[in-house]
Write a protein that binds this ligand. Sequence first.
Ligand SMILES: Cc1ncc(COP(=O)(O)O)c(C=O)c1O
Length: 386
Amino acid sequence: MQYNFDEIIDRSNTGSVKWHYSDDTIPLWVADMDFRAAPPILASVQRAADYGILGYTKPTGALYEAIINWHSNRYGLDLTQDNILFSPGVVPSLALMMHVFTDVGDAVLVNDPIYTPFMTKVQQNNRKLVTSALKEVDGKYQLDLTDIEAKIVAHKVKLYLLCNPHNPGGRVWTADELKALLALCQKHNVAIVSDEIHQDLTLTGHTFTPFLKLAEAENYAHKVVSLTSMTKTFNVAGIKGSMIFAKDETLLKKTSQQQQLNDEYELNLFAYTVMQSAYEHGEEWLTQMLAYIESNIEITLDFLAGHLPDIKVMRPEASYLIWLDCSAYFDDDQVLYDKLRAAKVELNSGIKYGREGHLKMRINVACPKTLLREGLNRVYAAFMDD
Ligand SMILES: Cc1ncc(COP(=O)(O)O)c(C=O)c1O
């Protein structure tokens, strides 16, 4: 079946976080796609509603099997039912794992730039936020292992929150990069929580490596969990729901006990339903969606090269978010954001992702091509209006 990603669906006045405007602004910001969910997912929700009983629900053997098969077939990550915990979201799990691996006042290391909640959750949970800037080499971010080790030692870091693949830079860290990071953390006894929510959006030519697989091979699984979800992959973020994967029995027990404190270990009926149908029947939709995204990325890169050649563009290796260095055109973050809003297009302001995001913007290209083209015209208009 050929899915139609060109369809424009009116999302205004639906409570959509992305489409929050009272005018005709085009949203190219938050990581939410403007595509209808895969028909097999929608059919599973419909079936659950038609059945008519919405009572207390627990994960079934078939759901576990769908999760296990997806991760084994795509990434060679071998899981058993006992390795899987459920959680309302990846961000809630980042906070939860901070309580498992650290105490108040302990230092937690994150990269800069980074998806904003990595920083805010550390601060809100009264841990000490330590950042290590990514290095830009040949238009790509790299981990600065020398800086990371120096910060680990100087601040007695207990936990590293890794974003794999990276948001906002779009890097899919290679197995070698991850192995080097693992060796460093192992040397200094630092735990790692790997946020892998963008794993399934890895683009052609790149290979996603589950961090847990490496940790297990190095006998470090007692200090590592990975967090992932079907929500980003299948554009079902409003459903909420995610997983925590771990391989060490004691760590799983500790994590589960931490979840019990707030009774936050279950998902709702629709989250289980969507998770299962997505992993069982969503792969063809995902393949077609990624091809559409890849062509949208090319359209965007071509447009910017032709119209705004001094924007330095980081070509993503995963996902539909593109990191743009606009420093050749602007010298103030707020002015940059406001100019775009005035031109009726919204992008994410890079500075929200850390100091390294100064004069950068993140653009989301996961929308029908007609919307994207109009959005890009508005970006151009904003940059020309000075
Ligand atoms: C790296 C990363 N982690 C987590 C999330 C959100 O996860 P959740 O909605 O499950 O809390 C996002 C959403 O954009 C993300 O980019």
